[in-house]
Design a protein around this ligand. Structure first.
Ligand code: NAI
Length: 477
C-alpha cells in the first residue's frame, strides 16, 4: 500500500529540503526522498552542498586559512609560532563533524515540520489516481512506494568528467575526493579555474601543495567583473597559485602513484606534466540518474536538465523542478529560493524569485562576491552607467585586520542612479554582498547607500564609500 502525501520531494539537498520544510510550514503533508547515506548507512540529508560541497569546503577553507595565518600571517602581528605542524587527520575529522552537524540539523528540521524522510533513490512509477506514484529503492531494503499529489524534482547535479578520464577519487578527483585527500600532495593539478578549482586549489596550496590550475578559457574568471577578476588574479599569483589560461587538455593518463596531464598551451605548444593528484572541476551536469523521467513523460532538454518555466513548472501538471537539475546558476541559495517559492505556489501564493539579485561568492582569500551586472556586460548592452570604486587599502578596519587587498565597486544607471551591480574582492565580502543584494531588491540608488550610516570602523564602510564614489565624492579616498 502506498502512502499518500500532498507533496513528495525527490532530493534532500538545499533545494529539496527547503521545499519540504516550507511545504510542512504551510500545513501540507510532505515526504522527502533522498539516497545520500553516511558511513553508518544512515540518512545524510543535505545533498551535495552539505555532504561534499559548500559546507565541507568552507570548513577546510577556514582550517587551512588558520594554518596559513599561523605560518605566514601572525608574525606581523608580533606573534611567533614555533613548531607549527599540520594534523591533517584532525582537520578532516573536524570537517566531517561539521558536515554531520548540518545533516543532523536538517533531520531535526524535518521532524519539527513533520516532513517524512525516506532513505533511497526516488523514481517515477507512473500517474495514478490522486497524483504520481514514486518508488523508493535502496540496496538491502525492500522497495516502498509513495504517492504525491505534487512532486518536486530536486535531484541536483553531478561533477562533469573529462572525456577518457573518469573520476577514480584516488588520482583523478571530483569535489568529493578533493575534500578527503588523506595526505597533502606535493604536486596537485586542477583542471578548470572556476569556483571549485579556486577554492580547492587554495585549500591545498595553503596546506603545502604546489598547485597548478589549467583553464581552457583565455580570460580569468570571465563571468566576474574584469576589474575584480584582475585584482583577484594578482592576489592568487602572489600566493603562488599557478594559473595557466587558454589550455586545451589532450590526454590524462593515470598511473599508480601519479597522473600525467598533456595539453596544448595558449600558443598551441604541446605540454606534458605529471602530478600526484588531479582535481577535475570543469562544471557539473544535471542529475536525473534513476529518476525514470520517461515513466511519466517528464521533459528533459538536450543537456539533461528538467525543462521548467520561470515558476519551476515542468511539462507535467503538479510536477515541479528546482535547483541544479533545472536552468540557472548551480548555487545552493538559488535552489533554496526556488524550493521555498514552489511550496508557496502549491498552496496558491504568488512568490517571486529575482534571478538578477542572486549573489555569487567565491570563498578564496581574498574572497570574491558580486550581484547584478558587470561593467563589461553593461558596455556590451549599451546601457549608460556610472561606476565608483573604493579600495580596502583606504579602509581603517581592513588596515587593522592587516587585510587590505581588494576593492568594492558599485555600478549605477547613469540617469536614474539605480544600482545595477556591485562587485567585491577583499576581506569579508561574502558577508558584505548581502547589503548590495538588499539594496538591489529595494531598487536602491547609489545615493541611498551613500546616505546610510555605516558603523565605523567596519569593512562595510567600503561599500558606502564606493557608492559615494559613483558621484565622485568618496570621503576617505
Ligand atoms: P565552474 O563553472 O565554476 O568552473 C568550471 C571552469 O572549468 C570554467 O572556468 C571553465 O571554463 C573550465 N573548463 C571547462 N572545461 C574545461 C576543460 N576541458 N579544460 C580546462 N578548463 C575547462 O564549475 P566548477 O568549479 O566545477 O563548479 C561547479 C558548480 O558548483 C558551479 O556551478 C559553481 O557555481 C558551484 N559551486 C559554487 C560554489 C560557491 O558558491 N562558492 C563553490 C563550489 C561550487
Amino acid at each position: 500500500m502506498s502512502k499518500n502525501f500532498d507533496v513528495v520531494v525527490i532530493g534532500g539537498g538545499p533545494g529539496g529540503y527547503i521545499a519540504a520544510i516550507r511545504a510542512g510550514q504551510l500545513g501540507l503533508s510532505v515526504a522527502c526522498i533522498d539516497a545520500w547515506q553516511n558511513a553508518k548507512g544512515g540518512s545524510a540529508l543535505g545533498g551535495t552542498c552539505t555532504n561534499v560541497g559548500c559546507i565541507p569546503s568552507k570548513a577546510l577553507l577556514q582550517s587551512s586559512e588558520h594554518f596559513e595565518m599561523a605560518g605566514h600571517g601572525f608574525a606581523e602581528h608580533g606573534i611567533g609560532v614555533e613548531g607549527l605542524k599540520l594534523d591533517l587527520a584532525t582537520m578532516l575529522k573536524r570537517k566531517d563533524k561539521v558536515v554531520q552537524q548540518n545533516n543532523d540539523g536538517i533531520t531535526y528540521l524535518f521532524k519539527k515540520n513533520k516532513v517524512t524522510s525516506f532513505l533511497g533513490l526516488g523514481s517515477f512509477v507512473g500517474k495514478v489516481d490522486g497524483g504520481y506514484e514514486i518508488k523508493v529503492s535502496r540496496s538491502g531494503a525492500a522497495d516502498e512506494t509513495v504517492v504525491g499529489k505534487h512532486v518536486v524534482v530536486a535531484t541536483g547535479s553531478n561533477p562533469r568528467a573529462l572525456p577518457n578520464a573518469p573520476f577514480d577519487e584516488k588520482r583523478v578527483l571530483s569535489n568529493t575526493g578533493a575534500l578527503a585527500i588523506g595526505d597533502v600532495p606535493k604536486t596537485l593539478c586542477l583542471i578548470g579555474a572556476g569556483v571549485i578549482g579556486l577554492e580547492m586549489g587554495s585549500v591545498w596550496r595553503r596546506l603545502g601543495a604546489e598547485v597548478t590550475v589549467l583553464e581552457a578559457l583565455p580570460a580569468f574568471l570571465g563571468a566576474v567583473d574584469e576589474q575584480v577578476a584582475k585584482e583577484a588574479r594578482k592576489a592568487f599569483d602572489k600566493q603562488g597559485l599557478a594559473i595557466t589560461l587558454g589550455v586545451k587538455i589532450t590526454k590524462v593518463a593515470t598511473g599508480d602513484a601519479d597522473v600525467t596531464v598533456e595539453y596544448d598551451d595558449a600558443e598551441g605548444k604541446p605540454q606534458k606534466r605529471t602530478f600526484e593528484r588531479l582535481i577535475v572541476s570543469i562544471g557539473r551536469v544535471p542529475n536525473t540518474d534513476g529518476l525514470a523521467a520517461d515513466a511519466v513523460g517528464l521533459a528533459l532538454d538536450e543537456r539533461g536538465f528538467v525543462v521548467v518555466d520561470g515558476d519551476c513548472r515542468t511539462n507535467l501538471e503538479n510536477v515541479w523542478g528546482i535547483g541544479d537539475v533545472v536552468r540557472g546558476p548551480m548555487l545552493a541559495h538559488k535552489a533554496e529560493e526556488e524550493g521555498s517559492a514552489v511550496a508557496e505556489r502549491i498552496v496558491g501564493q504568488k512568490p517571486h524569485v529575482d534571478f538578477n539579485t542572486v549573489p555569487w561568492v567565491i570563498y578564496t582569500h581574498p574572497e570574491i562576491a558580486w550581484v547584478g551586472q558587470t561593467e563589461q556586460a553593461l558596455k556590451t548592452s549599451g546601457r549608460a552607467y556610472k561606476a565608483g570604486t573604493f579600495p580596502f587599502l583606504a579602509n581603517g578596519r581592513a588596515r587593522a585586520l592587516g587585510d587590505t587587498t581588494g576593492l568594492v565597486k558599485v555600478i549605477a544607471d547613469a540617469t536614474t542612479d539605480e544600482i545595477l551591480g556591485v562587485h567585491m574582492v577583499g576581506p569579508g565580502v561574502s558577508e558584505l554582498i548581502a547589503e548590495a543584494v538588499v539594496a538591489m531588491e529595494f531598487k536602491a540608488s547609489s545615493e541611498d547607500i551613500g546616505r546610510i550610516c555605516h558603523a565605523h570602523p567596519s569593512l562595510s564602510e567600503a561599500t558606502k564609500e564606493a557608492a559615494l564614489a559613483v558621484e565622485k565624492r568618496a570621503l576617505n579616498f
